[in-house]
Design a protein around this ligand. Structure first.
Ligand SMILES: Cc1cc2nc3c(=O)[nH]c(=O)nc-3n(C[C@H](O)[C@H](O)[C@H](O)COP(=O)(O)OP(=O)(O)OC[C@H]3O[C@@H](n4cnc5c(N)ncnc54)[C@H](O)[C@@H]3O)c2cc1C
Length: 556
């Protein structure tokens, strides 16, 4: 925990040195002593301290200084740190000015120069002031702080990124907290910079304006670049399948890198409660599962690059070369594609406009808390929608599930249907599909088409979470890796047609189970044609594929 600060300001450098020395010798163990030889410079220091979220316990200023006298400085300083104790250093001739300042300008005390011996003329009074200050002192938050607004898509993107990467941060909605005095003071100190939301403030006093995930990732030490550019195994995608492959690959001695576009965990990372994963009888959240897997992978030495995206791949002899979104390349002998699936977009007027500002794809872990006391809509009737509805019901006033069909029976597991039935806050609206989203700067209402009555209803909606199925995004592999009509990767037996091996296949063996039409490139998890879309099956495929990779590498 950083120490609270005692700041003294005096334009006479001898006096400044003396007061700093005396403050440090008595209070240095508990407080940080800072000195400044000009009131303007001291004001700048105070603003920096505010941005860093430091606490200031004492402002001590000489009365006679050029430009700004001590009383004026203390009054200015009070605007930034109102709780700091304020004291003046005065010469005998200024005593009456000091006494009137105590009355008029909320100064707590004045000290006469010289104060020797400090044990008699400085410490007893300062002890009193600091004891007083400590009585109401609450240590401030020391991590990353993000200032933004709830309805800004940029802010949503950043918060979602921080949450999914398990980076702790403190969020301040500057609109909701507009009347909070501490927020006002911080915004004053930031001045026009406070317009460039999201503003990210780091504990070292630096800040990022319009902070975007890649810059924040770099600042908090998430690795986005590889140190070497050759690996035995490169895994694209950090969902359950990729993470399992990383753990098994690295634990069996393969020099392994995993590249993840957003945050390790994949779709599973968005799940509020996975109840069917073996070994967790009371269920566990996707976030928890991802965090444990990342620690496990790192323990075995897996290099995780996130956020980083694979944008193309080519082969050069036995090398598989992956191009990354930042233009760098890395090569490997075995490549595993575990890129899963991404949410299908809902095509209706207004939806794109409010994406991140009331309309969200997937769980929106960050948003669940913001739904407190509101009416929210969940679009879709599969397990993912059911889990999300159960999660939002913990916070929202009401959760309405919009389902196209006549119920959940054909699309959702029975255990979830039962849970939903027992949750009065959740209402299932069947035969319903969203046909438009309305609002000004954020979602306010939706139009719902009811196919049983053929009527359109317009209802208020604070937030809408869309879970209408998913599709693979594998265009970056086109021309090299064979895919089905929907973009899922063909592997193993899927590639054998009429007993013939895939076109261009030059090896005297069939493709391994989970191997694509390019030797050494494997496809696992949800991205694979015919895969069972479950956490356990992804984990299973990721681990099993490592066995084939060993066989492949033994002949490279
Ligand atoms: C809300 C929700 C709840 C669910 N609940 C359950 C449940 O309770 N039980 C269960 O068994 N299953 C559940 N599932 C399904 C399960 O999560 C998936 O089957 C599983 O996550 C698939 O794992 P995967 O590794 O194949 O792919 P994903 O989990 O989809 O991971 C793929 C990863 O690859 C990354 N990626 C994609 N393209 C690139 C690229 N070009 N470069 C770098 N990275 C890339 C993505 O960002 C993503 O992180 C749920 C799914 C959702 C969405």
């Amino acid at each position: 925990m950083s120490k609270p600060i005692l700041l003294s300001v005096d334009d006479d450098s001898d006096v400044l040195r003396a007061i700093e020395r005396d403050l440090r010798s008595r209070y240095g163990a508990e407080y940080r002593v800072i000195g400044s030889d000009s009131p303007d410079a001291a004001m700048e220091i105070l603003k920096q301290l505010k941005v860093r979220n430091d606490s200031v316990a004492l402002l001590l200023a000489d009365q006679r200084m050029p430009g700004m006298n001590g009383v004026e400085f203390l009054q200015e300083g009070m605007r930034v740190f109102p709780d700091a104790k304020r004291a003046l250093l005065t010469a005998y001739a200024d005593t009456s000015a000091a006494i009137s300042a105590i009355n008029e300008a909320n100064i707590n005390f004045f000290f006469m120069k010289p104060w020797d011996p400090p044990a008699d003329h400085l410490y007893p009074q300062l002890d009193d002031l600091l004891e007083d200050w400590k009585a109401s002192y609450k240590p401030t938050f020391e991590g990353i702080r993000v200032l933004g607004t709830r309805w800004s898509p940029r802010c949503y993107e950043l918060r979602d990124f921080l949450a999914r990467n398990h980076v702790p941060y403190q969020w301040t909605d500057v609109e909701i907290s507009a009347n909070d005095p501490e927020t006002k003071r911080l915004l004053d100190v930031l001045g026009p910079e406070a317009q460039s939301l999201p503003v990210v403030l780091f504990p070292d006093g630096t800040k990022l304006l319009e902070g975007a995930p890649p810059e924040v990732a770099q600042k908090v030490g998430l690795r986005t670049r590889a140190q070497t550019n050759f690996y035995d195994l490169a895994i694209i995608g950090g969902g359950p399948a990729g993470l399992a492959a990383a753990v098994y690959g690295a634990s069996e001695g393969l020099h392994t890198v995993m590249i993840e576009r957003e945050a390790p965990g994949g779709q599973a990372g968005m799940s509020s409660r996975i109840e069917n994963y073996l070994g967790f009888p009371t269920g566990l959240s996707g976030g928890d599962l991802a965090r444990r897997a990342v620690v496990q992978a790192q323990r075995f030495g897996v290099v995780i690059l996130a956020p980083q995206e694979a944008v193309s791949v080519r082969t050069e002899g036995s090398y598989r070369i992956v191009k990354l979104a930042d233009g760098n390349e890395l090569s490997c002998h075995a490549l595993m594609v575990a890129t899963g699936v991404q949410w299908k977009r809902l095509e209706a007027p207004g939806i794109e406009k409010f994406h991140g500002a009331g309309v969200y794809y997937g769980g929106g872990a960050t948003e669940a808390l913001s739904c407190k006391g509101e009416n929210v809509y969940v679009v879709g009737g599969a397990n993912s929608a059911g889990q999300a509805a159960m999660n939002f019901a913990k916070y929202a006033e009401k959760v309405v599930m919009l389902v196209r069909g006549d119920g959940l029976a054909s699309t959702m597991s029975q255990y979830l249907i039962d849970q939903i039935k027992e949750t009065p806050k959740i209402q299932v609206w069947s035969h319903a599909s969203v046909s438009e989203a309305h609002g000004d700067t954020h979602l306010e209402e939706i139009s719902v088409m009811c196919s049983d009555t053929n009527k359109m209803e317009r209802v208020p909606a604070a937030a809408m979470f869309i879970f209408i199925g998913a599709q693979p995004r594998t265009e970056w592999l086109a021309g090299l890796v064979e895919r089905d009509d929907h973009g899922f990767l063909l592997t193993g037996p899927d590639l054998i047609r009429d007993g013939a091996r895939p076109k261009g296949w030059a090896l005297d063996r069939d493709p391994f189970l989970l191997e694509t039409n390019v030797p050494g490139i494997f496809g696992v998890g949800d991205v694979r044609h015919g895969s069972v879309k479950r956490v356990a099956s992804g984990v299973g495929e990721g681990s099993v594929a490592v066995q084939f990779i060993h066989q492949y590498l033994s002949k490279v």
